[in-house]
Design a protein around this ligand. Sequence first.
Ligand SMILES: *Cc1c(COP(=O)(O)O)cnc(C)c1O
Length: 400
Amino acid sequence: MEPVYLDNNATTRTDPEVVAAMLPFFTEQFGNASSMHAFGAEVGGAMATARKQLQALLGAEFDHEIVYTSGGTEADNMAILSALETQGDRDEVVTSAVEHPAVLSLVAHLEKTGRAKVHVIGVDAKGRLDIEAYRKALGPKTAIVSIMWANNETGTIFPVEQLAALAHQAGALFHTDAVQAVGKIPIDLKTSEIDMLSLSGHKLHGPKGVGALFVRKGVRLRPLVRGGHQERGRRAGTENVPAIIGLGRAAELALAHMADEQTRVAALRDRLEQGLLQRIGNSFVTGDPDNRLPNTANVAFEYIEGEAILLLMNREGIAASSGSACTSGSLEPSHVLRAMNVPYTAAHGAIRFSFSRENSEIDVDRVLEAMPPIIERLREMSPFWRERDKAAGAFNPTYA
Ligand SMILES: *Cc1c(COP(=O)(O)O)cnc(C)c1O
């Protein structure tokens, strides 16, 4: 049986057309774009095309607004660290409790080392930002706001334009981690107040290890990596040419498939969600149903463990992910679901299904068939399920 891949928010398959576009840049066209000979010029021309392709996806108007990086993580780090240097004596950062670790672990480090004061804004039960707390956190010391466009675990979309306008009223820069938004929902930076935006190749069927930071014309940027004059001195080191070419082609394909993402992919996601809720009791969808990515479903199955669910799903050839960051071995549920106050009884059993344009109805059918027996089996073994009335307030004791 064909595997069913529903973990596209973790990474996507590099589109074969992207691979084809990259290949010549490992072989005949191996030149260094900085070289003053034909080998370099050929590569320079292709890189210019790739830049235009990415600009088109972002609706970015001017040349030189895109700085290539090693991925979304580097772009996030670059934006925040740069602002702390260019914004005079402003030394405060405002961010949200549901950011990716690329932002949260950086700002925690900055706070710990005394380099910034950090305001972490909470969210409500649907994952929506607390706008009142956000307004209050902004002030004359705010250097930068970094708030994601769309959440990777629940798909919840933040009102970034409104947030950017408020940041500007306080004289702060506005950065958004748009890694999950780019390629999935329309973006038009021409008509936007966003100063800086991070994206990543491998989340939109491009290669891994490449991303970009959009830096609006006129916004100052301090390099994170110093050395040669590549990227107009903003990011030193010989460019990852094949990956940059691949990202350009991936951007072009994403733009072409955008309508499909909004309609067909969203419909697949909705059918999966409704089917799961119909077939499986004590389950619910997390996130903001009115404002989220078309490809993401986060479904919580109460009284069981996400890791166990994934293991049994994997045996059926189905790949998804659980929110829990069990990397530390602590089995704490996801920081995103905790910030939303999803009860432990449910947060532990949350599964993220993330679609892409490569998924089909067959995938949805397979999951709808496989899930009910998996959940039933795990619940039969769960002491919390058997004693769910008692467990309601105290699911977590064994993991505390
Ligand atoms: C994947 C992801 C990142 C990290 O991007 P990399 O290219 O893997 O470094 C950052 N932010 C969000 C929201 C992501 O989903």
